[in-house]
Design a protein around this ligand. Structure first.
Ligand code: SAH
Length: 218
């Protein structure tokens, strides 16, 4: 049995199936992604006191005023990204590591950056326990993103800057895609596709994320 499925009772299995059905009804059509979201144990990425709510379609706190995104949003962002079939993906905002785990199942290599060390430590431990070997984690201690490892075929950002960050867009490979929430208060989930030195920018839908911040918390 794959490690992810160990220790899951029938209740959890049924609540997961219900969540997946709900995502499907909300318009998520990528069945490969849905199958992976059914398998990856979201409850592992939460504190024990909240793990019974892991399969609700809702954002949940992970400490340090940060949140694990709502499953629908994780699915939507991943679906948009995967339309371009990226091989190497940069994630900004490791947080709990849940989105990182979903990406690790779908793409060749995931590079994920986080600015809060205690969150990164916990995420690293969970990803190790679940056996992902194609995930590289880094603390956000110099500049935005992960310039040394770029360019990336895909960039997924799970915290919102006020404006599109040019330095991050430059870490996209030609033809690469970035999915990013932009703005203050109400934000717009935005798709950016690099075409040489130009960028095609498309609105996806309004969202609410925690702000993208500078500096590191140790
Ligand atoms: N993908 C995460 C979402 C966590 S919330 C999950 O599934 O749990 C967003 C995360 O982005 C927070 O952990 C926050 O600390 C982090 N973050 C904010 N600004 C950042 C930056 N400039 N670089 C890296 N991470 C950042």
């Amino acid at each position: 049995m794959v490690p992810e499925l160990q220790g899951i009772g029938m209740t959890s299995r049924r609540t997961r199936a219900r969540l997946i059905q709900r995502l499907r009804e909300s318009g998520i059509g990528d069945e490969r992604l849905l199958a992976i979201m059914e398998e990856v144990p979201r409850h592992i990425f939460l504190d024990e006191a909240l793990s019974h709510r892991a399969y609700e379609d809702t954002a949940l706190p992970i400490g340090h005023s940060q949140t694990l995104s709502q499953p629908y949003i994780v699915a939507r962002m991943t679906e948009v990204l995967m339309r371009h079939n990226p091989g190497r993906v940069l994630e900004l905002g490791t947080g709990s590591g849940y989105q990182t785990a979903i990406l690790a199942r779908l793409v060749k290599d995931v590079y994920s950056v986080e600015r809060i060390k205690p969150l990164q430590d916990r995420a690293r431990e969970r990803l190790r326990t679940l056996g992902y070997r194609n995930v590289m984690l880094r603390l956000a201690d110099r500049g935005i993103g992960w310039q040394e490892q770029g360019p990336f075929d895909g960039i997924l950002v799970t915290a919102a800057p006020k404006e599109l960050p040019r330095d991050l867009m430059m870490q996209l490979a030609d033809g690469g895609v970035m999915v990013i929430p932009v703005g203050e208060g109400t934000q717009m989930l935005t798709q950016v596709i690099r075409r040489g030195e130009d960028f095609d920018i498309t609105d996806i839908e309004p969202v609410r994320f925690v702000p993208l911040l500078g500096g590191v918390v140790r």
